[in-house]
Design a protein around this ligand. Structure first.
Ligand code: NAP
Length: 539
């Protein structure tokens, strides 16, 4: 008889994306724990494995998007572009996994179906979709924040469509050829903007089905020269430090001045300079008041709207592409020629709020009574983000409590990492964690260091049980909501997937942590400095 009171693994990690891989390395190679990773995909990479649609690329600077903790990994890799393509990010993850010899600890095509905490044994019983059962002491999720694709409900007649359709986040492994095809893309968020720009280059006809326009800003990608690469290699620690001090994990600092101390002309000059900079500088390197002061927010929003209108020849189309909500209350998609696409003869923009889709038919879709013929439809309709991936696993804690039940009225966590009544269960970038709105590997690294230190502490102290207290969980939830309520997002009432509003029936609330990364990290450090005892039951 196998001994069922002993764990087969000290830790099981669910997910072999960028953060799961790094956690595996820390726990296995630094703490010498026995660790197994279960990954639903056929290979590693998570987001970068599944989101392989044309045009997919980083909006984070490539050199901040990786394992900055390792000089060897950093120096041994050259990013060809400032903002890497999906192919290059995937290649990078394979390179790092090879260097750290990670594959031997990962099972692929291994979807975790359920996990139940066994109180008597103080173990987690994990069951895979294949029926395989394993037990571990610590169950740690690295599910990512956007990993469950959302396909809108009520796509009447889609099953009759005789062409092919794909969701950007579950893209086929084989490339899809759009050359000479009649294509429709539904969705104009970050994924839609990237795929539309790329598909417009080869499709015979592209129809964009837009529900809401967004504030897109030019990415301004460039090739990284050998000199730039060498210079970056020498600045690894400084780059990491800058990211860690920033609001959301990027290598940017806010303008040190208050926008309110400057004249409108001076602010305009700042906006114009910002606009020339690559990447998210346009979002995260201006006046921090864009997040807090309604007048500055509106002024900058008007500036961005002006930039959008300048890029589109037809004023009617330009108006359709111009958002009206408050800037920064939704993710700013980075674009590489997006608006110019609408100046092409082969591209049509349909506002499906004004003229809704009647139904899909074998040849395409009937919109406002007119047949539009499509060979391929792309759904860039986003994700059941933040909690969706947790809901897909049947997770049971103490006293038979289901995680879905515990989170029935919105997420309840401590630091977005632990949950009361779910002992020895830890989450990387879980809901209410700073990692929800962050340069993923930067916040991931903060989480990973914290979790690694925690497990190290437990082992050194001879403990094997850890559970967030109800009070600590309650207090964290209140802190998260208090910060959220101060945001432009909450105050403006913008509909944003940040609040879960995109998925019918989902609780509309704060899913992320809206303080800064340093503020979040300081909270985590306080818990560690108190030897975890004030926030957790440890024994
Ligand atoms: P998203 O931002 O949620 O956008 C979904 C799009 O689908 C929106 O335009 C939405 O319209 C539309 N949509 C949703 N339901 C619809 C319906 N029933 N009918 C018609 N349209 C509908 O999703 P995403 O573009 O995949 O981006 C999600 C997140 O993934 C990003 O915010 C980012 O964090 C990440 N991402 C990152 C990168 C990168 O770093 N390079 C690239 C892509 C994605 P509404 O606006 O009206 O809701």
């Amino acid at each position: 008889m196998p001994d069922t009171s002993e764990p087969e693994f000290d830790a099981i990690i669910v997910g072999a994306g960028i953060n799961g891989l790094s956690l595996l390395h820390r726990l296995r190679d630094e703490l010498d724990l026995s660790v197994r990773v279960f990954e639903a995909g056929a290979d590693l990479g998570g987001t970068w494995f599944f989101n392989r649609y044309p045009g997919a690329r980083l909006d984070s600077e490539s050199f901040t998007y990786g394992y900055l903790f390792s000089e060897e990994i950093f120096r041994g890799w050259d990013w060809p572009e400032r903002y890497a393509s999906q192919t290059d990010v995937e290649r990078y993850l394979h390179y790092a996994a090879e260097l750290l010899d990670l594959r031997r600890s990962i099972d692929f095509n291994a979807k975790v179906a359920s996990a139940a905490y066994l109180a008597e044994e103080n173990l987690w019983a994990v069951i895979l979709a294949s029926g395989q059962a394993v037990r571990c002491r610590y169950l740690i999720t690295a599910l990512g924040t956007e990993s469950v694709p959302y396909l809108p409900e009520g796509l009447v007649g889609l099953e009759t469509f005789e062409g092919v359709w794909h969701h950007t986040a579950s893209w086929p492994q084989e490339p899809v050829d759009f050359t000479g095809k009649r294509v429709a893309v539904m969705g104009t968020g970050s994924s839609g903007v990237q795929v539309i720009t790329e598909v417009a280059k080869s499709a015979a006809q592209l129809t964009v089905l837009q529900r809401s326009p967004n504030y897109c800003a030019p990415l301004r990608n460039s090739v990284l020269s050998a000199e730039e690469q060498a210079e970056l290699d020498d600045r690894r620690l400084a780059i990491a430090d800058l990211c860690n001090r920033s609001y959301v994990g990027f290598a940017y600092e806010w303008d040190s001045r208050s926008g309110l101390d400057l004249t409108a002309e001076q602010r305009r000059e700042v906006y114009e300079q910002l606009w020339q900079r690559p990447g998210f500088a346009k979002w995260h390197a201006g006046f921090s008041e864009v997040y807090s002061d309604a007048a500055i927010n509106e002024e900058y929003g008007a500036f961005v709207r002006e930039k959008i209108r300048e890029r589109v020849s037809d004023p009617v189309v330009a108006e359709r592409l111009t958002p009206t909500y408050a800037f920064s209350t939704r993710r700013v998609p980075m674009d590489s020629g997006y608006y110019e696409v609408y100046n092409q003869d082969n591209v049509e923009l349909i506002d499906i709020k004004a003229t809704p889709i009647d139904r899909f038919v074998p040849a395409g879709a009937i919109i406002d009574g007119r047949l539009h013929e499509f060979d391929i439809i792309v759904f860039a309709t986003g994700f059941d983000a933040f909690t969706g991936a947790f809901n897909k696993i049947d997770i049971t804690g103490l006293d038979g409590l289901k995680l879905t039940e515990h989170w029935g009225d919105g997420p309840r966590t401590l630091l977005g990492i632990a949950v009361h009544k779910f002992p020895n269960f830890l989450m990387l970038t879980g809901p209410h964690n700073k990692g929800v709105f962050c340069n993923v590997p930067i916040c991931g690294e903060q989480n990973i260091r914290w979790v690694t230190d925690l497990l190290s502490h437990l082992r050194e102290s001879g403990y094997s049980y850890l559970e967030a207290t109800a009070e600590a969980e309650q207090e964290w939830g209140e802190h998260v909501i208090e910060l959220y309520e101060k945001t432009m997002l909450a105050r403006s009432g913008t509909e944003s997937y940040f609040t879960g509003v995109n998925v019918p029936g989902k609780k509309v609330t704060a899913y992320g942590y809206f303080g800064s990364l340093p503020q979040y990290a300081a909270r985590c450090d306080e818990v560690a400095e108190a030897a975890y005892k004030e926030h957790f039951v440890v024994r």
